[in-house]
Design a protein around this ligand. Structure first.
Ligand code: SF4
Ligand code: SF4
Ligand code: SF4
Length: 446
């Protein structure tokens, strides 16, 4: 398939109030002070090793969908490091407000911290870590894109990403419980049930935009006979955009609240809904910031949960999904956590015709929404979709009309790509497929 050539160069400059006003407040002294605080207090040996080891070979270039889609060196992973961290270190922090604004644009809107490039670097240099550190510096300087900054503020004020108030949260759960009772009259969404086997947590956008996912989870839990609960107060949202703005202090508070909520309910395990970045925030970034090598309560992603329910025979497939499907491997649960074979078990157990996209598994191309890029909002949307014609070509080459993607950001990102490049595809979660294929015991039915 031929996708339209990028029009990015024809576009006028993107104005983002968070960047403009943040940069206008800066002084050279403040910039130098903050950068040196991060260099001496937070970077440690890891950054020095990466910067000293890079031989500027450029092998990471063709790993990155931005470079593949635009074709010029400034979009290559090493090009992004050259324009940001190398300058910062070389000049020992003596860089201008304009430089900081440009560095924030590169780190926040031109890198998904997806880590594909690390696999293609002969030294395994973690460019995502370098870009995340640039974001950290920009956050401490108050120069972050406005939309994602708003979500970080929401986390800080409400402990959820979407400014959802406590009564709205409970109201949404009751609404979804009522909807699901049309299918299973005895169904309840048990709130704050102490000692349950599982606490089910979701991301902020679910009660706001995709409430049907809560309804579907309740059907699944009930049909499988799971002893589960959901929290009624703060701690229900497992997402973490503060992780992506570099506001690690807020990220830590959000993660601690999530785990403390589970601990207070004395549950045995946390199951998280189908989200990639939220999972990364509990197994990789947030837990480490809090000094935990591993989370204090076992936590698994929804895809692993579905896999286990199927394997143990707790849910049964009554009829397979007939239409051909392909599968998008989300970076944060595959490259980051190795759930790809479990996902293939799920697809093959529920679908008649599975068409792999290439490359796949840990080599899959990112959707370009992740790492907080989609959360930078409408000002950056055209740039985002035009920076991933690679994904459009990869999707189109499968020749199918349904793509399964067990990650919220992937969903948003893939839908934007599908619409922009007119691909005639539709994105589904695994739970959407399960609702169409699994057996609901007759004893439970309305
Ligand atoms: S978007 Fe992914 S592949 Fe590209 S530079 Fe960032 S981490 Fe590397
Ligand atoms: S592949 Fe590795 S060593 Fe080569 S330029 Fe990229 S980061 Fe540097
Ligand atoms: S949104 Fe999905 S594909 Fe994109 S970085 Fe996150 S996990 Fe990866």
């Amino acid at each position: 398939m031929a996708v339209p050539a990028t029009k990015l160069k024809e576009q006028k400059e993107i104005i983002d109030v968070g960047l403009e006003e943040g940069a206008a407040r800066l002084t050279y002294e403040r910039i130098e002070q903050v950068i040196n605080r991060v260099i001496t207090g937070e970077m440690a040996a890891r950054m020095k090793v990466y910067v000293d080891t890079c031989i500027h070979c450029g092998m990471c270039s063709t790993a990155c969908h931005y470079y593949l889609s635009h074709g010029t060196p400034e979009w290559a992973p090493v090009g992004k490091v050259k324009q940001t961290m190398w300058e910062i270190l070389e000049k020992k922090g003596r860089v201008s407000p304009e430089f900081i604004k440009r560095a924030s644009i590169i780190a926040s809107t031109e890198c998904n911290v997806c880590r594909r490039c690390s696999m293609y670097c002969p030294y395994g240099i973690d460019i995502a870590y370098i870009m995340a550190t640039v974001r950290r510096i920009c956050h401490l300087l108050g120069v972050t894109p406005q939309y994602i900054q708003d979500t970080a503020h929401s986390h800080s004020a409400t402990m959820n990403q979407m400014w959802v108030k406590e009564d709205e949260w409970i109201d949404t759960l009751q609404w979804q419980e009522g909807e699901a009772q049309a299918e299973i009259p005895s169904l309840r969404i048990p709130l704050d049930k102490e000692g349950a086997d599982i606490m089910y947590s979701v991301i902020g956008p679910e009660p706001k935009f995709r409430a049907q996912l809560i309804y579907q989870a309740a059907i699944l839990m009930t049909a499988a006979g799971v002893n589960w609960t959901m929290p009624s107060g703060p701690g229900w949202d497992n997402s973490d955009m503060a992780m992506f703005t570099g506001d690690f202090e807020t990220m830590g508070r959000v993660k601690r609240t999530h785990f403390e909520t589970a601990a207070n309910l004395r549950v045995k395990k946390i199951v998280m809904g189908e989200c990639g970045h939220a999972f990364r925030s509990v197994y990789d970034v947030g837990n480490r910031w809090l000094g935990w090598k591993m989370p204090p309560i076992p936590v698994i992603h929804a895809t692993q949960f579905y896999y286990e329910l199927l394997k143990e025979g707790k849910i049964k497939i009554a009829r397979k999904f007939k239409e051909p499907v392909t599968l998008h491997d989300p970076c944060n649960i595959v490259r980051g956590r190795g759930l790809h074979e479990m996902m293939r078990y799920l697809v093959n157990a529920t679908c008649e015709n599975f068409v792999e996209m290439y490359p796949n598994r840990e080599h899959n191309h990112c959707c370009c929404a992740g790492g907080g890029v989609i959360n930078c909002g409408p000002p950056w949307k055209t740039k985002r979709v035009e920076s991933n014609s690679t994904k459009a070509e990869q999707l189109a080459a499968t020749g199918v009309h349904i793509c399964i993607a067990p990650c919220h950001n992937c969903h948003g990102g893939l839908e934007d790509i599908i619409n922009y490049y007119k691909l005639n595809m539709h994105v589904m979660f695994f739970i959407d497929i399960l609702m169409k294929t699994m057996e609901i015991p007759d004893s439970l039915k309305a």
